[in-house]
Each structure stands twice: as structure tokens, then as C-alpha cells.
Design a protein around this ligand. Structure first.
Ligand SMILES: Cc1cc2nc3c(=O)[nH]c(=O)nc-3n(C[C@H](O)[C@H](O)[C@H](O)COP(=O)(O)O)c2cc1C
Length: 199
């Protein structure tokens, strides 16, 4: 185990590239942890290779833009297609899971998307990990640059101004929060794998 890296898949959809930026930041955070490697897995086409990469992962971090108050339809199609993994004796049982979402409004009902992702992961018998960051930007002296400026515990949130391209949004502050989620999941996954060895 000591030479086997913890494999963190970041399974995401992005219609216009903004959530893809968030996914890249999550993956960068995960791979910044010694002993962890990240695999960015777009969900636009559900090929056998996609399912194989997810099966090989020790953790899967799910991400989608919030569309009409919930994860995008492309992500939901993936979630429904994953029933074949579920039916095969909970094929993702005991993998670590986490989630992130991005939308144009500060709230935009993003929490509903994270709840959806968490329910999805736990239906698969996965172990959900949230953020361990106190809400930022929530005191008179606080800054928009604070980690977790949107104040979510369940997963990482990002906000992208509707008139900005994916080169400019979401802002760096939300990408840092995304990276923090990736790093936390990598750390927890390494502990989980070591614990499984000891058990
Ligand atoms: C069909 C559709 C529905 C949307 N619904 C919401 C919403 O419920 N709340 C919100 O804040 N933004 C909403 N948006 C805005 C997107 O979440 C936002 O533009 C996001 O940055 C898109 O991410 P993407 O580039 O990864 O697709 C919606 C956009 C689309 C296209």
C-alpha cells in the first residue's frame, strides 16, 4: 500500500466550461497531497473507459453545474446510468465521495445540488466527506477572498458571473475552495486506505 497512490477521480459535467475550471482546481488540490493522484473524468460520453476509471478510483468527487436548482441533466443521466454499478453488489461501496457545484447566483439553490450529490453517493454505499472550513466572508472584517466564501459545509460551491467566460469565472477565491476540497478528500482517502490495511 505504501507505494500505491490513493486514486482520486473527479467525475464532472460542465456545459460551458465554468464547472470544468472548478473540477480542475479540485483535481489540483487532490494531487497536491503526497501519495495521491487525481484523474479528471468528464461525463459527457459514458464510455466503458469512463466506468473503468471510476471503478479503479479509491475516491470519486462528483461535480456538476446547478441548472434549474439541481445538478445538470447530463450529470443526472450519468447518475441514472450508474445503476448498473449499484446493482452489481454496490460496486462503489466504501469509496470516499464528495461533491462540488457552480452556478451564476450567490445561492442559486446550489445547496440542493450538493444534497442531490450526497444522496446519490450514499445510495451507492460511498462515504461522504464535506468541507472542514468555517464559512468565510461572513464577518464585517472578512474578505471575499476568504476560503469557503459561500459558506458551504456539504461540498464546494463556486459562483460564476453570467456574462463572464470560463477563462474569467469562477473567480480564484472559489477555485482555492475547490482545491481545499480536493486536498481534504485525498488526505481522508489515504487515511481510509491505511485503516483498511490495518483492519
Ligand atoms: C439550463 C440552465 C439552468 C440554470 N439554472 C441555474 C440555477 O438554478 N441557479 C443559478 O444560480 N444558475 C443557473 N444557471 C447558470 C449556470 O449555473 C452558470 O452559468 C454556470 O456557470 C454554468 O456552468 P457550466 O459553464 O459549467 O455549464 C443555469 C444555466 C442554465 C444553462
Amino acid at each position: 500500500m505504501s507505494n500505491t497512490p490513493a486514486r482520486i477521480a473527479v467525475a464532472y459535467h460542465s456545459g460551458y466550461g465554468h464547472t470544468a475550471r472548478q473540477a480542475e482546481a479540485v483535481a489540483a488540490g487532490a494531487s497536491s497531497v503526497s501519495g495521491a493522484v487525481a484523474d479528471l473524468v468528464p461525463l459527457d460520453e459514458l464510455t466503458d473507459e469512463v466506468w473503468d476509471r471510476l471503478a479503479a478510483a479509491d475516491a470519486i468527487i462528483f461535480g456538476a453545474p446547478t441548472y434549474m436548482g439541481s445538478p445538470s441533466a447530463v450529470f443526472k443521466a450519468f447518475a441514472e446510468a450508474s445503476v448498473k454499478v449499484w446493482a452489481a453488489d454496490l460496486g462503489w461501496r466504501d469509496k470516499i465521495a464528495a461533491g462540488f457545484t457552480n452556478s451564476k447566483a450567490m445561492s442559486g439553490d446550489k445547496l440542493n445540488s450538493l444534497v442531490d450529490l450526497a444522496v446519490f453517493a450514499t445510495q451507492h454505499g460511498m462515504i461522504w466527506v464535506g468541507l472542514d472550513l468555517y464559512p468565510g466572508w461572513a464577518e464585517s472584517t472578512a474578505s471575499i477572498e476568504d476560503l469557503n466564501r459561500l459558506g458551504s459545509w456539504l461540498g464546494a460551491m463556486a459562483q460564476s458571473d453570467a456574462d463572464l467566460s470560463a477563462e474569467k469565472a469562477p473567480p480564484a477565491t472559489d477555485l482555492r475552495t475547490a482545491a481545499a476540497l480536493g486536498a481534504r478528500v485525498a488526505t481522508v482517502t489515504l487515511r481510509h486506505l491505511r485503516g483498511a490495511l490495518a483492519a
